[in-house]
Design a protein around this ligand. Sequence first.
Ligand code: HEC
Ligand code: SF4
Ligand code: SF4
Ligand code: SF4
Ligand code: SF4
Length: 584
Amino acid sequence: MFLKVSLYISLVIFLVGLIYKVSTWFRYKIGIGAEEISTSTRFFSALKGILSTLFSVKIFTFMKVLILDVLLQFRILREDFLRWVMHIFIYGGFMLLLLMHALDQYITVAIWKDYYSTVNPFMFLRNLFGVLVIVGVLIAIYRRFILKVPRLFSNAMDIYAILIVAVIMLSGFFLEASKMVAYSDYKRMVDEYSGLSDPEELKSLEAYWVKEFGTVSPNLKAPFDEKILAKGKELHESSCAGCHVRPQWAFTSYGVAKIIRPIGVSIDKAHLPVLLWYIHLLACFLGLAYLPFSKMFHIFASSVSLLANGVIGKEKLAPANRATLQAMELDACTHCGTCSLRCSVIMAFEEISNRNIFPSEKIASIKWLASGKTLSPQTFRLIQEGVYLCSNCYRCTVVCPAGINLQDLWFNIRETLLQKGYPEFLLLSPLSFYRGLMKEETVLKDYEKPLIQAREAILAQCDLMKRKDKVLPLAPTNRTLQSGLNLSAQAKTFSVCFGCQTCTTVCPVVGNYENPQEALGLLPHQIMHAAGLGLRDLAFGSNMLWDCLTCYQCQEQCPQGVHVTDVLYELKNLAVKQVKEKTL
Ligand code: HEC
Ligand code: SF4
Ligand code: SF4
Ligand code: SF4
Ligand code: SF4
């Protein structure tokens, strides 16, 4: 009764959770493009997309992705064999157990009319599948905690996922083993199926079961008389053998039963089989009820993500579907760390200890963002910096086993965060190159706005540039202006500049303007001068510094060997550092 109620409660929580989670795919708004699209538009747009896929030639792509990527998980195999073995063992073993064992009353019985959990192949297969899952879990523990795969973080959810599967499996094996030795289980069966009442016959059967099936009897002990055993065998064959194969077929549980046999009587007295039965079932119910809210939800979300991204192909996605897809992709992430392993800017983490630099961790932060939780400005900035520290190399998207289009997600999130109004200085770096390429794609009319914002934030910190007249005092009145520039050896080469202007002459940015001075402020050779004079604020305030393409032409042409581009680059980083130190 208690178990039935628990099952129904878990089922209800599972279903409500499932509906709730799927509804977030249509409700969470990621990206400014999603702001104006209503939930119902998104829902019907997705429905239309699904139907038009199923009734077109794309159905073949769909089937291919379903078999290769979803069922056989080739994307994981391509990455790492051990991981593939781990995943296919856990997932395959678990699914087969679910269908054959947990749902036996509905599925197995319907297919095999004379199904009993204690005959073959079911008894053997149950053990085999269970062992697969346990081996998978052991590999997972080995990878995470012993092998310490680089850049693979383990959070509470990862540990929960491993634990719940392990508890279900181990309690299952211990349950089967404890029933094998428990005398009361034996007794119940005999009462039910043997119809024996003669004490001699009962004794023979019991002796046979103690010897051959490992039952631990409080009354009888081996060795037994051959005659008694022969009689027992006979009785066994007439009453029990139809439903019972040799226990060795349940090879794992039998092994466990052998170990616990010495304490078999106490196990039965303490009602351990009942306790284990409760643990096993309640763990299953907990896993079921919590599934939609846990990492395990990826079973659904990753499959949908793989299928959706598999059939979408290259053509442009309707904005409504893009919004839905991205919300769903957040659930599809399994926190497997493959993206972080391959990411090309991860080295930045050595210097900037912001976890959001790792794509796998960015996803976790973006989940918070999407769910509408209020985040502190500090957290916000960390996420913003994290999503911007990305060279858009596409590697994460290519390797993600859940098929998530991470590239597109980053782009969209970056634009959303920019709208929040925090200046993002990385926009002034080559890392913003991709944004420039995607200018047409940005939904914003104000592409320029965040750029201007970042520059203004820097200017606000430059004392000299705040002067309205912008006239340089001949002798710097503010001594701090002269405080030396802390540059690398190459960048310090500005000191040998002799002012030939070659750098400025060859610069394509300068050449782009009719009146470069007006547009750019200082020109490259003038910045070298400013650096020479220690007027760093002057240099920081010059548009040239921020418009430089880092094409290295100036550096190559300089007759004095000044590392012009390196100087510009380092000045730029110094400016950003100064502003960050003062304002963050
Ligand atoms: C109609 C089929 C059927 C017959 C006949 C039958 N059993 Fe069972 N027996 C089962 C099933 C199914 C289970 C497992 C489920 C359970 O414990 O109720 C089981 C479980 C047991 C267990 C607990 C160990 C375990 O593997 O789960 C013992 C001991 C046992 N039977 C002994 C006997 C004996 C002794 C006889 C003959 C007198 C017998 N059974 C006859 C179906 C049968
Ligand atoms: S696209 Fe960005 S996050 Fe992805 S691997 Fe490349 S640098 Fe890393
Ligand atoms: S985004 Fe993909 S590759 Fe990265 S952790 Fe999530 S599932 Fe793994
Ligand atoms: S590196 Fe910058 S300053 Fe030098 S030539 Fe290229 S754009 Fe001009
Ligand atoms: S080319 Fe070299 S020496 Fe000439 S102005 Fe530029 S940095 Fe100075």
